[in-house]
Write a protein that binds this ligand. Structure first.
Ligand SMILES: Nc1ncnc2c1ncn2[C@@H]1O[C@H](COP(=O)(O)OP(=O)(O)OP(=O)(O)O)[C@@H](O)[C@H]1O
Ligand SMILES: [Mg+2]
Length: 463
């Protein structure tokens, strides 16, 4: 990465006048003294410098101004106030629905995009096959783009964007609509472009992607650039802000602004070489949070789904640290226990109890069962209460995860769920400075599962 600035935004603002109804727009034209619109500050006073060859990530909540900033940089919209200097040819993969003419075929759009990017028809001819091969949408390339699925659209848009010799590539979240195999192919190509010295601006809600790809990152909120700095610090602060209870968010936002304004000092552990540009930043205020697991009331799953109980009920699912305190913000690599109670209203046979950890997109990362098939708990008597404790190591990348809880048993001679809760618990893995986890899960080397019974149960479990 060089120190040559290729994008320089200074006091950059983009305002929109939002009218509730079309008639308000008309009224505004007639009654100029009154205001019939709500002004929206989509981008507000953004000051940022991006350097040649760097991969720059932008994170922020929905509506925080990320796409508007990218559109300003691409030149598809003009600033309301402020200046923006962009040096080099920009190729943009903006949100779906922008870029292509829906009435034209994929082939025609490739030529159209090529000419917009300054390529001659002959130059597009020579790379058309490569674009079509990368997009891999078969005969749809000859169909109007309006007939495409969002995945096909993203495939073609990405294939074009990476084949027009751009100096600056802008990718706005859009890759998430492609299937996983295509996403992997795109990320591989982004890595290649990065190595070849292309400047890349990347918007993503996926913390892991920002951490993996970006040299620096920026946190946006309400149109403002709150902070620019090392991706891991920015992602940690972003997650801290979005998963905080709503009444806490303003306080956290102000803390982040204090970092930007230099009120909070630079942390010792962030090398100055990691930070470029004028923005002063630090992560000291979050250091305490990063050193210990804790409980964040804002981390409540909204997707919890219970199966209809068939004789037993799962209760109080929680994650505990080794001291027995309830936690849901975990430190990568540390040990925890996932615990819950199972109350058996009726007797059950061939019982197994399980857990499963999933990503935010539902990908099943790993799970455990208390007993293997064939060695189940033979009988559990009516009225029993079993406390289940799964010890696990949070060998996971910083991100949010969800846990299922499930009890299997004999239902008319077949194994089935006696009760199950999907997304029973939500937790976040916090970044730990010394950790180099890259998404793998390793539950090995720990006791598999410990079952505890309540002392007043009076009856033993036959195993
Ligand atoms: N053309 C427009 N007219 C009016 N308001 C707009 C327009 N474009 C964006 N906005 C508003 O500007 C704000 C920022 O929008 P923007 O699309 O930049 O957010 P974002 O960070 O990209 O969000 P997301 O994560 O959902 O993609 C939002 O409040 C949005 O409603
Ligand atoms: Mg957007």
């Amino acid at each position: 990465m060089s120190s040559e600035t290729v994008i320089h935004a200074k006091d950059l603002c983009k305002y929109y006048n939002v009218y509730e109804t079309p008639s308000d727009r008309l009224k505004q034209l007639i009654f100029r003294q009154r205001r019939f619109f709500t002004p929206v500050e989509a981008v507000k006073d953004v000051d940022v410098e991006i350097f040649r060859g760097e991969t720059f990530g932008i994170v922020g909540r929905n509506g925080s101004g990320k796409s508007t900033l990218l559109q300003l940089i691409c030149g598809t919209i003009l600033p309301s106030i402020g200046s923006l200097d962009v040096r080099g040819k920009v190729s943009a993969l903006l949100e779906l629905g922008t870029g292509f003419n829906p009435e034209f075929t994929g082939r025609d759009n490739v030529y159209l995009s090529g000419s917009i990017m300054g390529l001659t028809d002959e130059q597009v001819d020579s790379r058309f096959q490569e674009i079509a091969d990368f997009a891999d949408i078969g005969s749809f390339i000859e169909q109007p783009v309006k007939n495409y699925s969002s995945g096909m659209y993203a495939r073609l848009a990405f294939a074009v964007a990476i084949n027009v010799d751009a100096d600056i590539l802008i990718v706005d979240e859009v890759l998430s609509v492609g299937d996983e195999a295509f996403q992997r192919k795109c990320f591989a190509r982004i890595h290649q472009l990065k190595e070849s010295g292309c400047t890349i601006l990347f918007v993503s809600h996926a913390a892991g992607t920002i951490l993996e790809l970006c040299d620096r990152a920026m946190l946006m909120d309400r149109g403002e650039c709150l902070l620019v700095g090392p991706p891991k610090s920015i992602v940690a602060l972003y997650q801290r802000m979005i998963f905080a209870p709503s009444e806490e968010r303003e306080r956290i936002r102000n803390e982040i602004l204090e970092i930007r304004n230099g009120v909070t000092q630079w942390p010792d552990e962030t090398p100055a070489s990691e930070i470029n540009g004028k923005t002063q930043l630090a992560i000291r205020s979050t250091r305490d949070d990063r050193d210990r697991a804790r409980f964040d009331e804002g981390l409540v799953p909204q997707s919890t789904t219970e199966y209809v109980p068939r004789g037993c009920h799962i209760e109080n699912p929680n994650i505990l640290d080794l001291d027995g305190s309830q936690v849901n913000v975990l430190l990568s690599g540390q040990q925890y226990a996932y615990v819950y109670d199972v109350r058996f209203a009726t007797a059950a046979r061939r019982v197994r109890i399980g857990m499963l950890v999933k990503t935010i997109s539902g990908y099943e990362i790993g799970g455990l069962a208390s007993h293997p098939v064939g060695s189940e708990i033979a009988n559990v008597n009516e009225g029993r209460r079993i406390r289940v404790r799964f010890r696990f190591r949070a060998a996971l990348n910083p991100a949010v995860y969800f846990m299922n809880a499930g009890v299997m048993g004999d239902i008319a001679g077949e194994e089935g769920y006696l009760h199950r809760i999907l997304d029973a618990v939500m937790f976040r893995v916090q970044f730990v400075e010394s950790n180099c986890v890259t998404g793998l899960v390793d539950f090995s080397g720990l006791p598999f599962c410990v079952l505890e019974t309540t002392p007043d149960g009076g009856q033993t479990i036959d195993e």
